[in-house]
Design a protein. Structure first.
Length: 455
């Protein structure tokens, strides 16, 4: 029996129809790209349990249907973003008096294009032609963007009704920071937290007490040196949770893993920490507020090195473009990617509406000779806070191309003086140091630099 006999019409693999005998578990990209391509083009129907060459029916048992649908949903949730709308139908037929099923999956054209497949770390965009899928051209991607509804992630609709008891942490935080006032449903509706039918927006879900999806994944690590070259990790923790718990977790992790000490003054000594408390909070909140939640399979990353803290968030800083080691961070005025999330953070006093977070960080480092900076590209942005307890060759002395380092260096290596002279003016990466020495980055070089840093 073939598909034509089952659905009573001629069947061909076209721009809107495709057949597959089974979903490939070893190479899921082979069919995930078809789902994204339908969503990016005109929608379409994928028939499972049908041989693609002859349209002959092979079908599934009832137990196999359940397993296949579970696998389909897991893979789409993990790799396709924004998730397109689709529905399932099950077409029965008989083989030797035993019932089997064809799975019919109807994929709608997405209003939020391009729909992206992210597989093995690589984002890909596909479109559908006549009976085939191909990678989208630049022109096709531009057309998708121009015709898309451009709805921010946090304002996407859900089918989950608002229940006040699901947001006890949010209501409690609002009361604590607003002179014992109560957050009203009218206020939540006014900022788009709830739609006119009482359903939550996507951004609202991230504040639910029991939210625990991969979308809010956090990875934190403390490293013994200046980069991730060491096989040793001093501390490592992961976290999933709602946005309020995320902020508390990240600030706590940084504070308990930073250095604490004293700075000698003429009147005695002054308590000093690696990173200003206000800058930690501003950096963490900024990462939460401006991350691109459309990017599946990614996470906010906290890395503490011996000389700095790096807070990396998926997605570029909107409207800021490409930034490399930008130290004038108060001049950066990123456009808000997630207006709803920012409004909630503002209402509970974790963020200011006028966007002064970078100004505060720059102010915290005003008396320091080393400055915080930002890197940003199309995939991520990173805020770097220098460690105020790190005493090495990172200070910005006046420029002098012919300076010579003089002094006693314990266990002096053959490159030590050249390294110190090169780093005298400004912070340098290990790759830059290796380049000036005309050698490769190696464990020996890391050891040599660590010895200098420790002195």
């Amino acid at each position: 029996m073939n598909l034509e006999e089952l659905i009573k019409k001629d069947c061909f693999e076209t721009k809107t129809e495709e057949f597959k005998q089974r979903l490939d578990e070893k190479e899921p990209l082979s069919w995930l790209k078809s789902i994204a391509a339908f969503a990016n083009t005109d929608g379409g129907t994928l028939y499972l349990g049908v041989k693609d060459k002859t349209s002959e029916l092979t079908g599934y048992s009832k137990e196999e249907v359940d397993k296949e649908i579970l696998f389909f949903n897991n893979q789409v949730n993990q790799h396709v973003s924004p998730k397109p709308n689709f529905s399932f139908s099950y077409l029965p037929f008989l083989v030797k008096n035993k019932k089997r099923y064809i799975i019919e999956i109807k994929i709608e054209k997405s209003p939020f294009r391009p729909v992206i497949v992210k597989f093995q770390g690589y984002p890909m965009i596909f479109v559908r032609g006549e009976g085939q899928v191909h990678a989208a051209t630049v022109e096709e991607i531009n057309n998708m963007v121009l015709s898309s509804e451009h709805i921010p992630f946090d304002l996407l609709p859900t089918n989950i009704k608002f229940k006040k008891e699901d947001f006890s942490k949010l209501f409690s935080r609002y009361k604590e920071t607003n002179k014992n006032k109560t957050l009203t449903e009218k206020e939540l509706y006014s900022i788009g937290f709830i739609d006119d039918k009482g359903f939550l927006r996507k951004g609202a879900l991230l504040f639910k007490d029991n939210y625990n999806e991969d979308l809010t994944e956090i990875k934190c690590a403390k490293w013994p040196g200046l980069d991730k070259g060491s096989s040793l990790i001093l501390s490592m923790e992961d976290f999933h949770g709602n946005l309020l718990d995320e902020i508390a977790f990240m600030t706590s992790y940084i504070e308990k893993n930073q250095n604490n000490g004293y700075l000698k003054t003429k009147d005695g000594r002054k308590r000093i920490h690696s990173f200003p408390k206000r800058s930690i909070l501003e950096g963490v909140v900024n990462a939460i507020a401006h991350r691109n939640y459309y990017i599946n399979g990614s996470q906010i990353q906290i890395d503490i090195f011996s000389d700095r803290l790096e807070i990396t968030s998926p997605g570029s800083l909107v409207s800021s473009g490409y930034l490399k080691h930008e130290t004038n961070i108060a001049d950066i005025k990123p456009r808000r990617r997630n207006g709803l999330i920012c409004s909630i953070l503002s209402k509970i006093k974790l963020m200011e509406q006028r966007g002064t977070g970078f100004d505060k960080i720059e102010s915290d480092y005003e008396k320091s000779q080393i400055k915080p900076y930002i890197d940003s590209n199309q995939d991520y942005f990173t805020l770097v806070l220098p460690d105020l307890t790190f005493d090495s060759c990172l200070q910005n002395f006046p420029k002098n191309e012919n300076k010579v380092v003089v002094g006693v260096i314990e266990n002096e290596g053959k490159n030590d003086k050249k390294i110190l002279s090169y780093c005298y003016d400004d912070y340098k990466t290990i790759k830059e140091i290796a380049s000036i020495l005309s050698i490769q980055v190696s464990s020996y070089l890391r050891k040599e630099i660590t010895n200098l840093v420790n002195q």
